[in-house]
Design a protein around this ligand. Structure first.
Ligand code: DQA
Length: 253
């Protein structure tokens, strides 16, 4: 199993890393949330660009990324535009999605970009190539906010991401029962043991799925999302509680 390193943070080894999202509408909101996160045990920051009111202007986005880099000098920053169909705040054209991700990847101010698997093959390839040419890692993602696909389907999506050059494949699914949470955990375990040659991220959302956000070290998810001021998806715990649970589990493993 290869690990992935951004700044000094190694994904895929030891305790799962904690990612804290920033969901600010204005530049002031973004910076306010950033300053709050500075006092938390976040290992990596996710800037949810789809929340940013100036997201349709690439120059403003790059400027904001620059300011975030000034706040987070040593902490990796992941830039994510989450499309509305996968749980985000805004829909943009596929053409703009590609332009935005390429601009932010080329800016030199972020360490990773999130690319949704189902953007389109050509488009995904363009962003992956641009990111890698600029030394930026790719977290490739898929979200189902309504249900949990079968174990085989979850594994097949994670494998597709690996084939498309994701540095870290990621899937978030919604459980409709406790059994669905077991399906996600079982898919995670099988993916890591039989298919993956790199770290992966998985989670089952909402209250029913919260155990999946804590058990990554057991089943094989290298990162978990925790909230500081604002959660970006249902089921995220407060970042300090999350840290305590991860560390407590780690001591017994
Ligand atoms: O992909 C993910 C995972 C997530 O949806 C979650 O469930 O924690 C939160 C999003 O901000 C992030 O982009």
């Amino acid at each position: 199993m290869n690990t992935v390193t951004m700044k000094n943070v190694e994904f895929g080894a030891g305790v799962p890393k904690i990612c804290v999202p920033i969901c600010g509408k204005t530049k002031e909101d973004v910076l306010e949330q950033a300053k709050i996160i500075l006092d938390t045990p976040a290992d990596i920051i996710e800037w949810r660009m789809d929340w940013f009111e100036q997201v349709e202007n690439t120059a403003s986005v790059v400027e904001m990324a620059k300011e975030l880099r000034e706040v987070f000098k040593e902490t990796p920053v992941l830039a994510t535009f989450r499309s509305k169909k996968e749980g985000g705040e805004l829909e943009v054209s596929t053409e703009y999605y590609v332009e935005l991700n390429c601009a932010v990847a080329k800016s030199g101010y972020v360490d990773a970009v999130d690319i949704e698997l189902y953007t389109g093959d050509k488009e995904v390839e363009t962003i992956v190539t641009t990111a890698h040419e600029n030394g930026v890692k790719v977290i490739m993602s898929n979200h189902d906010f309504f249900k949990t696909p079968s174990k085989e389907e979850i594994i097949s999506r994670l494998c597709a991401m690996q084939e498309k050059g994701a540095d870290i494949p990621k899937i978030a699914v919604m459980p409709q029962s406790k059994k669905d949470v077991l399906t996600l955990l079982s898919a995670t375990n099988e993916m890591v043991e039989e298919h993956a040659n790199r770290p992966i991220i998985t989670m089952s959302m909402a209250a029913t799925g919260v155990i999946s956000r804590l058990a990554g070290e057991v089943f094989g998810s290298c990162l978990t999302f925790g909230a500081a001021k604002k959660a970006s998806a249902p089921g995220q715990m407060g970042v300090n509680d999350l840290k305590t649970v991860l560390e407590t589990l780690h001591k017994s493993l």
